[in-house]
Design a protein around this ligand. Structure first.
Ligand SMILES: Nc1nc2c(ncn2[C@@H]2O[C@H](COP(=O)(O)OP(=O)(O)OP(=O)(O)O)[C@@H](O)[C@H]2O)c(=O)[nH]1
Length: 344
């Protein structure tokens, strides 16, 4: 669902999972929203029109997430705009800085916004995307990050805000970095995140799994992972496995549906999505549908044991993991229909 707002009257003041996307004009805010939440191809963002009024979009995953984009040209601190109410309802302020442009103005603007937001809502997570880094060389990326972090720190110090915690991410819509950044941003808004991480740690310890991600299949954001460090290449392989699995499923859906209809008197059949694939280097990728549009993707390295027994143990433990998720979230009110494409 998506709504465009003319005023800020419909802000849900009690929503903790509101993400506010801000930044100067043309820094890339709409492109980020379209690519991450609407599967738009990055090159198609070249033709996006400038956003002229705030827009609010809702996404349901483990939590109900609202992403509000505020156009760069609006002044939110003029009296007619109820900025206080807006910032009080926000869980994360995501500020986008165009790293390919002159960024001093953006840093001053960011410091001013943090000053305001933090006073109104000290619980707010402040997240800064150093964006469009695809156009920078490796050395330049590191320099730009150091420079932006240092200058932001200086601005905040001048405002007496040196204690405010700000997280920085290098991002681009042309690779997986934007999904990785949004994954971390969204995870901070999930109250049960440490519980989920413990469950995943437990799962991998008992199942010869090297790494496990809980993906939101629509956006490719991972809402949780085990506590081992995330290697971006492992994330990329797993995210692509989600894409391949969904593509294959769509490809064969029609035929399967016809066959199943014949066998089941036209009753719809809910099928759980599952895909297991062995790569050339012996690593196994395992995907299983969970609840609420989520899929567990695990990377299994059999290391000498036979593949069959590895998979049997994984199947058994992942069943238990899924039941655990169902127990925790069964009483929640939202049940997104993202797997409509895979249930017939
Ligand atoms: N190279 C590069 N270009 C990007 C990236 N993200 C967005 N852009 C481009 O930046 C331009 C501006 O993007 P928009 O998403 O319209 O920017 P915006 O911040 O929403 O702009 P306003 O609506 O005017 O506030 C577009 O031409 C995008 O294709 C990126 O990661 N890398």
């Amino acid at each position: 669902m998506s709504t465009t707002m003319e005023t800020n009257e419909n802000i849900e003041s009690d929503s903790k999972a509101m993400v506010l996307l801000m930044g100067l004009r043309r820094c890339g805010k709409s492109s980020i929203c379209k690519v991450v939440f609407h599967n738009m191809q990055p090159l198609d963002t070249l033709y996006l029109e400038s956003t002229s009024s705030p827009s609010l979009e809702h996404f349901s995953t483990l939590i109900d997430l609202a992403v509000m984009e505020l156009p760069g040209q609006l002044n939110y601190f003029e009296p007619s705009y109820d900025s206080e109410r807006l910032f009080r309802s926000v869980g994360a302020l995501v500020y986008v800085i165009d790293s390919q442009d002159e960024y001093m103005n953006a840093i001053t603007n960011l410091a001013m916004i943090i000053d305001y937001a933090y006073k109104v809502n000290p619980e707010i997570n402040i997240e800064v995307l150093i964006h469009k880094v695809d156009g920078l060389s490796e050395d330049f990326k590191v320099d730009a990050q150091r420079d932006i972090m240092q200058r932001t720190g200086e601005e905040l110090l001048e405002l007496g805000l040196d204690g405010v915690q700000v997280s920085f991410y290098l991002t681009s819509i042309f690779d997986h970095s934007i999904y990785e950044a949004f994954s971390r941003i969204v995870q901070k808004l999930i109250p049960e995140i440490s519980y989920l991480e413990n469950m995943l740690d437990n799962l991998i310890q008992h199942s010869k799994i090297e790494k496990a991600f809980l993906f939101d299949v629509n956006s490719k954001i991972y809402v949780s992972t085990d506590s081992n460090p995330v290697d971006i290449q492992t994330y990329e392989v797993c995210a692509e496995f989600v894409d391949v699995t969904l593509d294959l499923f769509d490809l064969y859906k029609e035929t399967l549906t016809e066959n199943e209809k014949g066998r089941n008197d036209n009753k719809p059949v809910a099928r759980e999505l599952k895909n297991v694939s062995e790569l050339g280097n012996g690593v196994i990728l395992y995907l299983r549908q969970m609840i609420r549009g989520l899929a567990l993707v695990a990377l299994i390295r059999p290391k000498g044991s036979d593949i069959e027994s590895c998979l049997t143990i994984a199947d058994y433990n992942i069943d238990i993991f899924k039941k655990g998720l169902e127990d925790i979230w069964s009483h929640s009110k939202i049940e997104p229909d993202k797997f409509n494409t895979i249930q017939n």
